[in-house]
Design a protein around this ligand. Structure first.
Ligand SMILES: Nc1ncnc2c1ncn2[C@@H]1O[C@H](COP(=O)(O)OP(=O)(O)OP(=O)(O)O)[C@@H](O)[C@H]1O
Length: 245
């Protein structure tokens, strides 16, 4: 899925390499936890996987299809109108792919304040052009699966933090994505709710056959995941030795 990803941000006269030659495959139906200290490059890698930030080099694949690649490269016009048009087309393509094949759960649930829980989900498949009747049935089934069906007609302000995160997870799954990317879902939750959210993500990934990458600081919630990878200074590293007591 991630093939030799490098991401460098401009930094003064030089560049800051946030992700350095990272390759990672997450099999369908499984959940991999991405761990590492602050500044290791986890969010940057997730942004590339989500097609929100183009990599400096390397490619992102979903199945056999390349969904993100560097904007410039062999054959690409380097400057001028051609480059702008190419960048715009790449951004449009990435947005369409994101909607159809990749589900994203951000650290903060980012729900629309004026919409009910049910409407948040319906909006996702409306954007994809699904018929209204099947939209509603699918949304209600997902809300049931994440345990907030009884809150379907509430607005986000009337939900707890854990319930909002569950709605965000259901919303990310509305379009049956092949890939689910989850950024620090437990950071605003207490331990028990954090464990429940991770269990929920792992179960849904399995049931819906989504390849799931979950970024977290919180190793204590990770019992149910299928695999763990650790990142430091932009690279994947062997798991650090447990701290001595
Ligand atoms: N938009 C940006 N422009 C420039 N540098 C950035 C940008 N975003 C992140 N960085 C830098 O890239 C490096 C990796 O940051 P990133 O946010 O990916 O780490 P992280 O592992 O997700 O950290 P945290 O756990 O604190 O969220 C850091 O040195 C950070 O300062």
């Amino acid at each position: 899925m991630l093939d030799r990803i490098r991401l460098a941000y401009p930094d003064g006269d030089g560049v800051l390499v946030a992700v350095d030659d990272v390759s990672l495959t997450v099999p369908s139906g499984t959940t991999t936890a991405l761990l590492g200290p602050s500044g290791a490059g986890k969010s940057s890698l997730l942004a590339v996987a989500a097609t929100l930030t183009p990599p400096t080099s390397g490619v992102v694949r979903v199945g056999e299809d390349v969904v993100a690649a560097p904007l410039s490269g062999p054959g690409a016009p380097a400057t001028g109108r051609g480059a702008r048009r190419r960048a715009r087309r790449a951004a449009d393509r990435a947005a369409a792919l994101r909607r159809e094949r990749i589900g994203i759960v951000f650290q903060q649930p980012q729900l629309v304040a004026s919409l009910t829980v049910l409407e948040q989900l319906e909006l996702m498949s409306h954007l994809r052009g699904r018929p209204a009747a099947s939209r509603r049935a699918h949304a209600l089934a997902l809300l049931d699966a994440v345990g907030v069906a009884d809150r379907a007609d509430r607005r986000p302000e009337h939900l707890s933090g854990g319930q909002r995160q569950r709605v965000a997870i259901a919303r990310a799954l509305m379009n049956d994505p092949e890939v689910l990317l989850v950024d620090e879902p437990t950071s605003a939750l207490d331990h028990e709710r954090g464990v429940q959210v991770v269990e929920l993500v792992v179960r849904l990934a399995r049931e819906l056959d989504a390849a799931t990458l979950l970024v977290t600081h919180d190793e204590a919630t990770l019992d149910p995941v299928d695999a763990r990878v650790h990142m430091a200074d932009g690279r994947l590293v062997a798991a650090p030795a447990p701290a001595r007591v």
